[in-house]
Design a protein around this ligand. Structure first.
Ligand code: GDD
Ligand code: MN
Length: 365
């Protein structure tokens, strides 16, 4: 048995160059006597993390590297790592040494011993675990995120936010098609996507202080967390992207009205001119907001791409506006008493049109 590959340790990284050799040294020590491999999944870090890992891989074939170009997501990095191994068990551990790698052999023993078990979760919130030196702000935010997760998670897991766990590879790969792969919360994603409740145990560990590099958990990650929760709860009915696109569209209406009143009432321009100006301003506002949020994973960058994208967005939306007005006018002709409903259907058709065509022609690849 001992000569068969037992464990893959998947390490998502972004700008962790200094931590790479230290982590491998620690894994080598912690997993002495076991058959394992480490898989760095790096999103083309500017600091050269992937190259640092390859350097180790040249002298130690257990160290492997997946370098992804043009992608940025912790969750999807973990997923790709989990799908890239022949090992029967796969662990996910942060690359910044904040997780306790000395727990890995016990996690592996547990899974090997108990065939009914799918998953072992490293937890900061069971007896013996801890969050180390977190400030009160981070403790409060983490507690809030954990509380929110209870709305989608039907298991009694003390630390669903944990990024440190070990799972049976077959179980992990089976749920991949169901994962939303958004943001940081890969464990929560797996637990809520699994077709049956997963059998898990938690093992305590203390979250260490980061000494090299910096955390990538920022407000965008926090927003992505909310998006992922939305996706789990309502994504089947109204897709996340469409919901964001529509919400931004509603803001755009506000921008339109504000510009209109400024130019028409304030500056005394003709209504037609004010309308045209307001439309352009609103479309521009929507274009940049959608580019930053709705399509942040396919964000257009650089002057050339932005100008091209803006022009096609304006074309798509203009046709959408014609469709909106046309449909509403037609419905109003049929039943003139239902003017509000006619207008709303027009707006809905316009929104779907704008969304469908811009996702294909503005942000499509
Ligand atoms: N490939 C890839 N792509 N890796 C990433 C990305 C990304 O976009 N963003 C972050 N990482 C890597 C980091 O390099 C690090 O190895 C690991 O993911 C965790 O990222 P940190 O930025 O250090 O996150 P954290 O310490 O603030 O958050 C940790 O603790 C949370 C619990 O409070 C993570 O383990 C979270 O998953 C966990 O929920
Ligand atoms: Mn960290």
């Amino acid at each position: 048995m001992a000569d068969l590959l037992e464990l893959a340790v998947v390490i998502p990284t972004f700008n962790e160059r200094a931590n790479v050799p230290v982590l491998i040294a620690r894994l080598t020590q912690a997993l002495a006597g076991r058959r394992w491999e480490a898989i760095f999944v790096d999103d083309d870090s500017p600091d050269g993390t992937a190259e640092a890992a390859r350097e180790l891989g040249r002298v130690d074939a257990r160290v492997r590297v997946i370098q992804r170009i043009g992608r940025r997501s912790l969750s999807s990095a973990c997923i790709e790592g989990m799908c890239a191994t022949a090992a029967p068990f796969v662990a996910v551990i942060d690359g910044d040494l904040q997780h306790d790698e000395t727990l890995l052999p016990a996690m592996l023993d547990r899974l090997q011993r108990d065939e009914a078990l799918d998953l072992v979760v490293g937890s900061r919130f069971v007896a013996g675990g801890g969050t180390g030196e977190w400030d009160r702000d981070r403790v409060a935010k983490s507690a809030l995120a954990t509380r929110l997760s209870r709305r989608v998670l039907k298991a009694d897991l003390s630390d669903p936010m944990s990024g440190f766990f070990m799972i049976r590879s077959t179980v992990a790969r089976a749920v991949v098609p169901e994962l939303s792969a958004i943001g940081f919360k890969i464990l929560l994603d797996i637990m809520t996507a699994a077709p049956r409740p997963l059998a898990f145990v938690e093992m305590p560990y203390t979250f260490r202080v980061r000494t090299e590099g910096e955390s990538k958990l920022d407000h965008v990650v926090a927003m992505e967390y909310l998006i992922a929760l939305y996706d789990r709860m309502f994504g089947r009915f109204v897709p996340v992207r469409f919901a964001m696109f529509s919400a931004i569209g509603v803001l755009g209406v506000g921008v339109h009205m504000a510009t209109l009143s400024l130019v028409f009432l304030g500056a005394g321009a003709s209504f037609l001119l004010a309308q045209i100006l307001a439309t352009v301003v609103a479309m521009t506002f929507n274009f940049f907001l959608n580019n930053a949020l709705t399509y942040r994973d396919r964000r257009l960058k650089g002057v050339r791409a932005l100008v091209d994208g803006w022009v096609s967005f304006c074309v798509v939306c203009s046709v959408g506006a014609v469709a909106n007005v046309g449909v509403a006018a037609f419905l109003h002709d049929v039943r003139s008493s239902e003017w509000a409903a006619s207008a709303l259907v027009g707006v809905l058709i316009g929104a779907v049109w704008n969304y469908a065509l811009s996702s294909r022609f503005v942000w499509g690849r």
